[in-house]
Design a protein around this ligand. Structure first.
Ligand SMILES: NC(=O)C1=CN([C@@H]2O[C@H](COP(=O)(O)OP(=O)(O)OC[C@H]3O[C@@H](n4cnc5c(N)ncnc54)[C@H](OP(=O)(O)O)[C@@H]3O)[C@@H](O)[C@H]2O)[C@H](O)CC1
Ligand SMILES: [K+]
Length: 491
């Protein structure tokens, strides 16, 4: 069996258990620290060959231990190196104490460090063991370094980033590059940790991949490896190939554009047929803008019930521009037993009465995907949104469990979570993807995948990835329309 470490996400607690398993299996933990420190030294030399001086900042734990190994290796390569330590280096324990005594350089107190032009900082203050907010004195040093614009190479994580949540604990270095070990951590992919980590290098220090995989939960970086086994069946010529019929429900006369964007995206993303269900008052305006997308008059719950007698109608998008209120609630409850993307107003309509929706989803066994951004998430799951002890991944997992739906928790670090706890974090979205109508396009792509028979989790994860790729292709001046034009085939 092959374990793909490249897309795995491992929490600091899981990593600590993996370290222990490695030691229990007879692997020498100091040799792991040596590999870690050597990798950091190699990265620093590779990225900054013209540095006048490497300044290694060492903390009180094993992250500091990696720093002493790196400092010794940098000095051994002929570079100028200075080491500054937090706390008394004589109090280091275990492997970190060993690394300190194998380093021939003198150590200066951390607070004395004044960044100079030409310095490259190697940040080995805190890594996976950061347990609380940083002390004020350390925050001051970090702010001093950040203000000086001296480049920082972080060991494992930029000090101050919580590896589980990506949150800043008081202050954090803004690293140019981070070298982490064996697998990326949630803190490297969740904001603001992702931005503050700079470029990320995952270095294999020699822990067998099977030990990592044995402790890792079902948490991944989103990419084709997560859903390729299903996208293969979507290609013309394969025996599973079907294109499905996607239905998108339009809002009233003055808010029809959002649903048309979803419909257009659904068609480009591969749904065989797309029908816009429109209230009569908006039928003319919709008709004047549609060509390949079909139009059907759906104004009332009775119209919808009649339409639903056609069991081939397997997938719906409800929410974009639809309007908040009873009609949206009634429609959503009628659609829970089909594949349903509940977006925007479709979700906001359940700020009150969500229990009925969640129960219906659980009972119907349909494939429901909900796509909240931060504000919608807080409306639908206020108690989860307000729990600051949880990471964004954990909030999405709790919401998925509560609602029985697949949750696409949108943002620059979109998380897709299933009720089972399975989750992916998306990392390919460019900043300019946050443009008006972008969410409507995403809802349409998810709908297209569901219509083609992809399971809800994979349909959502693949859509989020494809939406990000469309953003990259559309470039900085992307609009919702150009996003649709730039949806490319699924890999
Ligand atoms: N397999 C691997 O990934 C390997 C990783 N290595 C490196 O080891 C670190 C993790 O080492 P650890 O000792 O567990 O943790 P840290 O060095 O990050 O920090 C622990 C010490 O820091 C103190 N601490 C924690 N938070 C604070 C804070 N806010 N303010 C002050 N001090 C803090 C903590 O003290 P406690 O009182 O909480 O015990 C510890 O003294 C990993 O990141 C890698 O770099 C190995 O080298 C190789 C294997
Ligand atoms: K660090």
């Amino acid at each position: 069996m092959r374990y793909a470490l490249e897309d795995m996400l491992v929490t600091p607690a899981e990593m600590a258990a993996i370290d222990k398993d490695a030691a229990d299996s007879g692997i020498d933990s100091f040799s792991l620290m040596r590999s870690a420190g050597m990798a950091v030294s190699a990265a620093a030399l590779r990225l900054f060959p013209a540095a006048s001086r490497f300044v290694v900042l060492c903390g009180p734990g094993n992250n500091g231990g990696d720093g002493y190994v790196a400092a010794e290796a940098l000095a051994g390569s002929g570079a100028q190196v200075a080491v500054y330590a937090l706390g008394d280096p004589n109090k280091l324990r275990g492997d970190a104490a060993k690394a300190r005594s194998a380093c021939r350089l003198g150590v200066i107190d951390l607070e004395a460090y004044q960044p100079q032009s030409g310095d490259i900082v190697v940040d080995a203050l805190f890594g996976a063991g950061l347990a609380r907010d940083l002390p004020d004195a350390v925050q001051k040093i970090i702010e001093r370094v950040n203000a000086s614009r001296v480049p920082v190479v972080a060991v494992d994580l930029p000090s101050g980033i919580d590896g589980r949540t990506g949150e800043v604990r008081g202050a954090s270095f803004a690293a140019a590059h981070t070298v982490t070990f064996m697998a990326a951590k949630p803190g490297h992919v969740l904001m603001p940790g992702r931005e503050l980590s700079g470029t990320l290098e995952v270095f294999d220090i020699g822990i067998p991949a099977r030990l990592v995989a044995a402790r890792a939960s079902d948490l991944r970086i989103n990419g084709p490896a997560v859903w390729r086994q299903y996208s293969g069946g979507l290609r013309p010529g394969t025996h599973k190939y079907k294109r499905g019929h996607l239905a998108v429900l339009s809002g009233g006369l003055t808010s029809t554009g959002a649903a048309r964007l979803s419909a257009a995206a659904g068609l480009v993303a591969g749904a065989g047929l797309v029908t816009l269900g429109s209230p009569l008052e908006a039928a003319a305006v919709n008709a004047s803008h549609l060509t390949a997308v079909m139009l059907k008059e759906i104004g009332t719950a009775a119209d919808l019930a009649e339409w639903l007698r056609d069991k081939r109608l397997n997938t719906f998008v409800l929410g974009p521009g639809f309007g908040v209120g009873k009609k949206a609630r009634d429609f959503a409850l009628m659609l829970c037993d089909r594949a349903l993307v509940l977006d925007a107003d479709g979700m906001s309509s359940f700020q009150q009465g969500r229990e009925e929706l969640f129960q219906k989803i659980a009972e119907s066994g349909g494939q429901v995907v909900m796509t909240p951004h931060e504000g919608e998430f807080a409306r639908l799951f206020p108690e989860v949104g307000a729990d600051t002890s949880l990471s964004k991944i954990e909030r999405a997992q709790v919401a998925a469990r509560l609602s029985h739906a697949v949750i696409v928790y949108k943002g620059p670090d979109t998380v897709v979570a299933a009720p089972s706890g399975r989750a992916v974090v998306n990392v390919d979205a460019p900043a300019w993807l946050a443009t008006a109508g972008s969410g409507d396009v995403l809802a349409g792509i998810i709908g297209a995948h569901l219509a083609q028979g992809m399971p809800a989790f994979e349909a959502a994860a693949a859509a989020v990835w494809r939406h990000g790729e469309a953003g990259i292709r559309a470039g900085r001046t992307a609009t919702a329309e150009t996003l649709v034009e730039n949806i490319s085939p699924l890999p």
